[in-house]
Design a protein around this ligand. Sequence first.
Ligand code: FE2
Ligand code: FE2
Length: 260
Amino acid sequence: MNKPYQVIPDIDILPAHFPIPGAGFLPVNAFVIKAKEPVLVDTGMGIESEEFMEALREVIDPQDLRWVWLTHDDADHTGSILKVLEAAPQARLVANSLAVLRMSTAWSVPMHRVNWLNPGESINVGDRTLTAVRPPLFDNPTTIGIYDNKSEAFFSADCFGAIIPSPVQNLDDVTEGDLAQGMITWASADSPWLHMVEPKVFGGALDKIRGINPKIILSAHMLPAQGKTEHFLELLAKVPTSPPFVTPNQTALEQILAQG
Ligand SMILES: [Fe+2]
Ligand SMILES: [Fe+2]
């Protein structure tokens, strides 16, 4: 984990970087929205759960949390969910019903604390409305990003992520070339189905975000990006015609292990 910090008034980031051998680093972020009814967005990676809980406590007393929003049930988003629900007894768990069903195969989800949400539906958290938005790219059918109508932030789950060369905390520290390559590679790796989709159809999904026009994109896998929405959408538009990502195989693993 890196040190948490305030991104914009009312929104703090709990940042981490996951090293990917031979490729770089994948940012792995959770967020706290200091709404009238405070919201935690995602719960980090299980491998650093202790540090995650420490970082969370630096930002907010978990007892004050009223909502925990899981953008989807992948392990890099649910790492501390059990600890968080225990430390935040007043918080309700917001997730897509499929995510709750899937998680119920691994642990006993307290159904009386759950809020099922579909894309297009909203919750009111006192001083703002959080609307579930399905991002144009996702690696899991339970994905619900969040549009916050007060901050005009879009929490985009895995979408707009990038593998970056070094674990920097500021988008300005990533060169334009590295950003473009990192985002296109991540999109192709994380959403390989995109290569089976007509670019025009995908363009419609990008236009939906263009229509929302968020001021800031807060991806789980990218540095906070203010005023970059159009640029990011243009980068993603290139993915369907980019070469498909090929996952490293055993030959690659042996090379990595030999480097040691
Ligand atoms: Fe994911
Ligand atoms: Fe993820």
